[in-house]
Each structure stands twice: as structure tokens, then as C-alpha cells.
Ligand binder design. Structure first.
Ligand SMILES: [Zn+2]
Length: 58
């Protein structure tokens, strides 16, 4: 679970595992509808999971 960098609400992000080891994309927050820039990378400890960083996309 990732927190929206705008409103702080938890947002669930679906990462397409076919998109590669490291991905960057923008998704609108489902709560405040503002754009979130997401950086996803494979979790080295759990290869089926992604680690996600979220920042404001201005
Ligand atoms: Zn939000």
C-alpha cells in the first residue's frame, strides 16, 4: 500500500509485472484525483512484489 503524496490517503497501485524490473508511471489518486508519479522496482527480498515510491507529479 502506498500513500498519496497529495492527500495522504492510502492508494492501491497495480503494477504490471510484464512492464519490467523498474517502472515509472503516473496514476491519478482515486481519492483526490491528482496525478501521482510512481516509481516501482522489484523487491529484492520478494521477487513477486514491487517496492513503490510515490511523488507529486506537477
Ligand atoms: Zn490523493
Amino acid at each position: 500500500m502506498t500513500a498519496c503524496p497529495w492527500c495522504g490517503e492510502p492508494v492501491s497501485i497495480f503494477v504490471d509485472p510484464g512492464g519490467g524490473e523498474a517502472q515509472s508511471f503516473v496514476e491519478d489518486c482515486s481519492v483526490c484525483c491528482r496525478p501521482i508519479r510512481l516509481h516501482a522496482r522489484r523487491d529484492p527480498d520478494d521477487p513477486v512484489e514491487f517496492l513503490i515510491d510515490a511523488e507529486r507529479d506537477e
